[in-house]
Design a protein around this ligand. Structure first.
Ligand SMILES: Cc1cc2nc3c(=O)[nH]c(=O)nc-3n(C[C@H](O)[C@H](O)[C@H](O)COP(=O)(O)OP(=O)(O)OC[C@H]3O[C@@H](n4cnc5c(N)ncnc54)[C@H](O)[C@@H]3O)c2cc1C
Length: 472
């Protein structure tokens, strides 16, 4: 990378801050739409530790919409059940209404590598070792201050996406409030070899001393993640002996653990950005929502933020967007972030249940998850991201439409119709077109944008398509 070319006085179209999974995916989406995009990343090298281990069904659908799911599916293990709040009774993913009814087990490190390769292939420029330290904005541009290998410098960009994680400098510098609650509980994660692993290898254990789950990583290595009630309120580091002690107290054995790798602690601070858009600054992923990693959903929700934002911001930058399109990013994704905050708090309460009252509540919820299929399904839909539907006047509008995935690879909307004139108009607007009864327009992020009823005439359909107001 020639630094001079990126540190010129030219205004960048979009500057993405942070080369985590969310920054990389939004940058790839922008580049797919033809927007020159620069990513700046403070870390010189990517962390070798994978926080997330799971890609949920809706995220696999997102990958399929861009035609890149096969490599993930080839590498990842398919897990047919998942947990809610580390309950013993697991959520059954097998009957979910999706082509991908499983959790795909793939480390975050690998997800990021694959996202980065896609972004680079699409022409995104990535600068590592360049950290944002501040920004100011006016009506026409954002001026971003950075610290790079050669010292401080500034860049201007028409728009900035803050995908710089929970401690987001972009969010703070843009003056976006981050209301919520401080940590009251600290969980842990440790990766070790287990010489005497549990049978089956994935277990949930819970008693008054805490809760934990075990997840095999391959080659005899396991991840143990949980919450140690004895150490509540303490965030004072986490050693191999701490992991051995809490595992023994909660699961009754240390499973012959040895060779510790990554050991870390994390709190349940739960906050959500008051707005996902402040002028020319957009927030996505952990920069917009911070929560306890219960249920393993943060990366997934972040990638879905990026999918919602990418095509809208591209249309805005290229002057093709209908009024209000970019603002709809906040309107649609902020409620999803709020719900994420709510269910991770609820899960944290179940995981940390220690008093007799809390333990009875946990037992009750566990029994219900095991005996009421509708409840099991609703929670599975929630964690897998399949229950996200944006508001709309027609019953189909805002819903997912996975059947359109194969037509969305170029990141353009698709009109599925048997009406010839409507197909002609859609093609002139830059939409993909494909056959189908009636008329349904699916947005580039796979949610229905517009739909006609049987009673609608071709003239109604033509008017509806024109009213969408955004071209491609
Ligand atoms: C123990 C644990 C387990 C988890 N398990 C799961 C799971 O199974 N499934 C799941 O979906 N989620 C899981 N998560 C959450 C998931 O890891 C995060 O939600 C995800 O990493 C968010 O991605 P992001 O790109 O928004 O932010 P990050 O991954 O935090 O990336 C932000 C990037 O921005 C860079 N950056 C920060 N500040 C600056 C700056 N000023 N300038 C430039 N660059 C900057 C950082 O170096 C980083 O590379 C887990 C989290 C933890 C802690």
């Amino acid at each position: 990378m020639n630094l001079e070319s990126t540190q010129s006085n030219e205004t960048e179209q979009v500057l993405v801050v942070g080369a985590g999974p969310v920054g990389l995916w939004v940058a790839a989406e922008l580049a797919l739409a033809g927007v020159p995009t620069l990513v700046v990343e403070r870390a010189v090298e990517r962390s070798p530790h994978s926080k997330a281990m799971g890609v949920h069904p809706r995220t696999v659908e997102v990958l399929a919409m861009r035609g890149v799911e096969k490599e993930f599916l080839a590498e990842g293990g398919r897990v047919p059940t998942w947990h809610f709040g580390m309950l013993d009774n697991r959520l059954d993913l097998r009957e979910l209404d999706t082509p991908y009814p499983f959790l795909l087990s793939i480390p975050q490190l690998r997800t990021e590598q694959l996202f980065e390769r896609r972004a680079l292939d699409l022409g995104v420029r990535i600068l590592r070792g360049h950290g944002v330290t501040g920004l100011t904005q006016d009506d026409s541009a954002v001026t971003v201050e950075l610290d790079g290998p050669d010292g401080p410098y500034a860049l201007t960009a028409r728009y900035v996406v803050g995908a710089d994680g929970a401690g987001s400098t972009v969010r703070k510098a843009a003056g976006v409030d981050f209301p919520g609650s401080d940590a009251t509980t600290f969980g842990y994660v440790g990766e070790v070899v287990l010489d005497d692993p549990p049978v089956p290898p994935v277990i949930s254990a819970h008693n008054t001393d805490g809760a934990l789950i075990t997840v095999p990583l391959g080659g005899g290595r396991f991840r143990i993640a949980g919450l140690d009630s004895v150490r509540q309120g303490r965030d004072d580091g986490f050693t191999f002996e701490d992991l051995r002690a809490t595992t023994t107290r909660v699961a009754g054995s240390d499973f012959g653990m040895r060779d510790p790798g990554w050991l870390s602690r994390f709190g349940n601070t739960t906050r959500i950005a008051a707005t996902y858009r402040k002028g020319r600054v957009l927030l996505a992923g952990d920069a917009a929502h911070m929560h306890f990693p219960a249920g393993g959903v943060g990366l997934n929700v972040g990638v879905q933020d990026a999918m919602n934002l990418g095509w809208k911001l591209a249309a805005q930058v290229q002057g093709r967007a209908a009024p209000g399109l970019l603002d709809s990013y906040h309107d649609e994704r902020h409620p999803v972030g709020l719900e994420l905050a709510e269910h991770t708090l609820a899960q944290t309460a179940l995981i940390g249940a220690a008093t007799p009252e809390q333990r009875e509540l946990r037992k009750l919820v566990n029994d219900l998850v095991g005996s009421v299929p509708q409840l099991n399904r609703a929670l599975a839909d929630k964690l897998s991201g399949l229950d996200v539907a944006y508001p709309g006047t027609h019953p189909l509008v805002g819903k997912r439409f996975p059947a359109a995935a194969e037509h969305l690879h170029r990141g353009r909307p698709v009109l599925l119709t048997d009406l010839e004139e409507a197909a002609d108009l859609a093609a002139r607007l830059g939409f993909e077109t494909a056959g189908g009864p009636g008329a349904v327009v699916v947005r580039p992020d796979g949610h229905v944008w517009w739909a006609a009823d049987e009673a609608d005439t071709e003239a109604d359909v033509l008017a509806g398509l024109t009213a969408l107001g955004t071209t491609f």
